[in-house]
Design a protein around this ligand. Structure first.
Ligand code: G6P
Length: 492
């Protein structure tokens, strides 16, 4: 039958995302250093390789102007199953820094840029949108050059909203899915985007559209009905009899990667060292990209208020905040870096002593084994995003808590998608309410063993059953079913 035929013809998964799982830096001549990229998208998609033969197509985060450099980087990436898309500097500036990270990213996360920035962005919007379309075309060409009959093409995130349309123009028979890793905002917010219809129409050419939560899917369908005048159905969006399937597929992590790492000598040794250093104190952990959506300043202010109101805790609790630099060419991110440094400096100046520093703030990423060790040896994780598509740091922290007999507590923003899945085990907070957050910190630090274990058990079960592999499997199966149904409909 047709279903079997389509399933059997499945050969490979072409994952297309703006960022490859490794980012490249040029060493001498034709040598390249490849480091794991940051972010939830990469964390989840790494697990997908185990169940599908995968090619990953994307940008390696570096400008390469000469042919030799391009050839050697292509070769180095091929060993990792990756195919690069090369973008020139102007495109990176207008498409990545501009349209993606200064327009779509803040809008999708309900972040209002300061008025001056908004006006400047509005003035350059046409050229940024042109660069966005140009970049999406370049991605499509690379996908087309890699495509073999039967491949499934899975496009990811807000950078590539025009990609399904570009691909279907090149080959209408391609099976194309699109998944958004950020929230999709309320249609009342989305409709302020000047070129709102074009993006919706382009995405709707995909065979299947996926979001982390039911709410985001609902917002998308509302945007299509209100802005494009199409019909929303429980299955998706209908345009003159043609249905585009829209559904929620909550993402997960590859928990085994973390659980196994904790068994290695390298991590065990590191945990031992950390526990020795932390001895006699409670330690709270924040791990975020240094991004305005993560609520880092709000988290710091809550910690400051906690220290102010609880003098008995001073010198007995510390916060380790890992802030991985990101999108450093975008003005708003530069401003955030200074703001965070200022607050950290103030708190350490006020509450530090000659022998004790309350906040250990690091502006860099950690090696995987260091990260696992930190997750495993800290008492509380503070995830205080102002908005977050899902937030997989919360999942990673939970995965690493079976290690010692003192399972850590997760304090989690209600504005992260993860609040819908880990809400019963975490302490949920509204990160805009600093008072509420400092009370949550108090509750987390004082929580009884019994309650900690019970909350953790709930979250651990979720994280180890709702994995990245299950997510990818569900999405791709649904994509097949959607295509089979559409073909059956045309046969009838
Ligand atoms: C989020 C986005 C990803 C992005 C990641 C890192 O998780 O959804 O698409 O790759 O942030 O951001 P960057 O701009 O460094 O790729």
């Amino acid at each position: 039958n047709l279903n079997d035929k389509i399933h059997r013809s499945a050969q490979r998964l072409l994952v297309v995302a703006n960022r490859l799982p490794v980012s490249a830096t040029r060493l001498d001549g034709d040598k390249w250093d490849l480091q794991l990229s940051a972010g939830g998208l990469v964390s989840a998609l790494l697990g997908v390789k185990q169940i599908f033969e995968t090619r990953w197509i994307g940008w390696a985060g570096v400008s390469v102007h000469d042919e030799r450099g391009r050839a050697s980087l292509t070769e180095a990436l091929a060993l990792k199953g990756c195919v690069p898309v090369f973008l020139d500097d102007d495109t990176v500036d207008q498409y990545y820094n501009g349209y993606c990270n200064n327009v779509l990213w803040p809008l999708f996360h309900y972040i209002g840029l300061p008025q001056a920035d908004r006006l400047a962005a509005t003035r350059s919007l046409d050229s940024q949108y042109a660069a966005y379309q140009h970049a999406n075309k370049l991605f499509a060409q690379v996908v087309f050059s890699q495509y073999q009959e039967g491949d499934v093409v899975w496009c990811h995130d807000y950078h590539l909203m025009c990609l399904p349309q570009e691909l279907k123009t090149l080959n209408p028979r391609m099976k194309v899915g699109w998944f958004l890793h950020t929230p999709f905002p309320s249609s009342e917010i989305y409709r302020t985007l000047p070129l709102r219809s074009e993006l919706l129409k382009a995405v709707l050419t995909a065979d299947l559209i996926g979001f982390h939560t039911y709410d985001y899917a609902r917002h998308f369908v509302s945007a299509c009905t209100r802005i494009l005048g199409l019909e929303g159905t429980p299955e998706g969006v209908e345009d003159q009899g043609k249905l585009t399937r829209v559904a929620a597929f909550p993402i997960g992590i590859d928990p085994e990667r973390f659980i196994q790492a904790l068994e290695t000598e390298q991590v065990k040794l590191h945990v031992k060292e950390l526990l020795r250093f932390f001895a006699g104190r409670k330690v709270m952990l924040g791990v975020d990209r240094l991004d305005m959506i993560k609520g880092i300043p709000q988290k710091l202010l809550a910690f400051e208020m906690f220290l102010e109101k609880n003098p008995e805790w001073r010198e007995k609790v510390m916060l380790v905040q890992i802030a991985v630099p990101t999108r450093t060419d975008v003005h708003e991110y530069q401003r955030l870096t200074s703001q965070v440094h200022e607050i950290v400096g103030r708190i350490n100046g006020r509450y530090g002593t000659v022998t004790f520093v309350p906040i250990h703030h690091l502006d860099r990423s950690l090696a995987f084994h260091e990260l696992c060790a930190l997750y495993a040896s800290t008492d509380v994780a503070l995830v205080t995003s102002l908005r977050d598509g899902m937030n997989l740091v919360s999942y990673e922290y939970v995965a690493c808590q079976n290690f010692k007999n003192t399972e850590g507590v997760l304090v989690l923003s209600e504005f992260a998608g993860a609040a819908q899945s880990l809400g019963a085990g975490a302490i949920l907070v509204n990160p805009w309410n600093i008072r509420e957050m400092y009370i949550a910190i108090e509750e987390a630090l004082k929580m009884s063993d019994e309650e900690r274990k019970e909350r953790h058990r709930h979250n651990f079960t979720h994280v180890t059953t709702h994995t990245a592999q299950a997510w990818a499997h569900n999405f791709v199966s649904e994509l097949y079913d959607t295509i089979v149904e559409a073909e059956l409909r045309t046969l009838n």
